[in-house]
Design a protein around this ligand. Structure first.
Ligand SMILES: NC(=O)C1=CN([C@@H]2O[C@H](COP(=O)(O)OP(=O)(O)OC[C@H]3O[C@@H](n4cnc5c(N)ncnc54)[C@H](OP(=O)(O)O)[C@@H]3O)[C@@H](O)[C@H]2O)C=CC1
Ligand SMILES: CC(C)CCC[C@@H](C)[C@H]1CC[C@H]2C3=CC=C4C[C@@H](O)CC[C@]4(C)[C@H]3CC[C@]12C
Length: 354
């Protein structure tokens, strides 16, 4: 976060009128981390050691991370009250338990390091691919090449690589602009994400399944297609806003709503809501390929056990709940303009159904 070069980018203006600054070096960080991991793995191998010790002692690591995260969240709670980094901070009035859960600061920084970028991107989203590689290595040590592990590894790594190419876009999501740095986001990214998100790879170490080339290839192709759609949808709204609507969407002039909103100091600003392309099919169409992808990387485990499907199930709940939270936020922010968008695009996630 500190040493690697990157373009300075700005996040969206906060309710208190602050404009957070970021260094866009996420993709470089990801490449350096993965290359570092590969080199260390080779060095360890030459010395008769292996990184798969992380798999063997994962319970202990997770136990430590839990204690660390709970203490860290408490320190953030104190910091937000006594030494906040910005004016987007303070108690909510909901009492200690709620403030501990929700956090007391939107953009805490410690020694110049943005805490949420660290916990969400540089820890949670970084530990995930490392664990996926470690579990794949462990499986290889025990069973040799297994196609189900190969397919799930490729799909998860492609998805995570996609995330890092788009990390600056993530700075515009509700995790960053709405959720404070408290138990929910912080413990979630330090403990919940590393234990739940790579669960399929963890499961396959002890439950290898030979799919055969036709099935493995089909799952891989469908999975890669799902990542592509999800990526294109996220990119579409970003590109339309960057071009201020002066561009083509699916070969046509885009259907736009120029939505006005007011920030807390009373200043009026304008933003674009895209009502065509992926964003004209439903208001959160991009959640469908996101869920399908997780299904494809999980179906590699077969249908014997529901355990590896935990992530897919949680994701369906999380994204449905998120669509409500996000729409509440947009409706508060844009008022009649959001209603206009909802009238044009009637369905929330599944076109013609929901
Ligand atoms: N695997 C996981 O655990 C999860 C993955 N994801 C993925 O992360 C990515 C981003 O998540 P997402 O929930 O979309 O979060 P975002 O916050 O990026 O999306 C919602 C925001 O986009 C803007 N917006 C909404 N509708 C439109 C529109 N029609 N045109 C232009 N802008 C619009 C609004 O922000 P504004 O205020 O700027 O107008 C809205 O708050 C997705 O790919 C999603 O699938 C998400 C959650 C969990
Ligand atoms: C405490 C728990 C019950 C809940 C924990 C929630 C968080 C760990 C997760 C909530 C939203 C998640 C994410 C949102 C969007 C993302 C973009 C995507 O491209 C990659 C995944 C992620 C960063 C994802 C990560 C976990 C959450 C922050």
């Amino acid at each position: 976060m500190v040493v690697l070069p990157g373009k300075e980018v700005q996040g969206p203006v906060t309710p208190k009128g602050n404009v957070p600054q970021y260094k866009d070096n996420g993709f470089l960080h990801y490449c350096v981390t993965m290359a570092g991991f590969a080199i260390l793995t080779i060095v360890l191998k030459y010395n008769g050691l292996t990184p798969t010790v992380v798999y063997d002692r994962f319970g202990e690591l997770l136990g430590f991370m839990n204690v660390f995260a709970l203490c860290f969240v408490f320190l953030l709670y104190i910091k937000g009250i006594t030494r906040p980094s910005t004016s987007d901070s303070g108690k909510t009035g909901g009492g200690f338990v709620f403030d501990y859960y929700w956090g007391t600061e939107l953009y805490p920084r410690i020694c110049g390091i943005d805490v949420k970028v660290f916990t969400n991107c540089r820890f949670g989203m970084t530990v995930w691919p490392l664990l996926v590689c470690i579990y794949a290595l462990k499986s290889y040590e025990i069973h040799g090449f297994v196609d189900s592990m190969f397919v799930t590894t490729i799909l998860q790594l492609t998805y995570i690589t996609k995330f890092f190419t788009w990390e600056a876009g993530y700075m515009h999501t509700i995790d960053i602009i709405l959720d404070r740095s408290g138990y929910y986001i912080c413990w979630g990214c330090l403990c919940w994400l590393p234990s739940l998100y790579p669960i399929v790879s963890h499961y396959l170490v002890t439950h290898p399944l030979r799919l055969g080339t036709p099935l493995a290839t089909s799952i891989l192709v469908f999975g890669l297609f799902s990542v592509l759609i999800n990526y294109l949808a996220d990119l579409q709204r970003q590109d339309v806003r960057k071009a201020n609507g002066d561009c083509l969407v699916w070969g046509r002039k885009p259907d736009l709503i120029r939505a006005k909103y007011r920030i807390e100091c009373g200043e009026v600003r304008e933003s674009i809501l895209l009502a065509s392309g992926w964003w004209g099919l439903s208001r959160h169409f991009h959640y469908i390929p996101e869920i399908l992808l997780s299904f494809f990387w999980t179906v590699t485990t077969g249908f014997e056990n529901v355990l590896p499907y935990t992530y897919v199930i949680v994701l369906v709940i999380l994204l449905t709940h998120r669509s409500f939270r996000d729409e509440h936020k947009c409706s508060m922010k844009y008022g009649v303009y959001w209603q206009e968008y909802c009238t044009k695009v009637r369905h929330r996630i599944i076109p013609f159904l929901f």
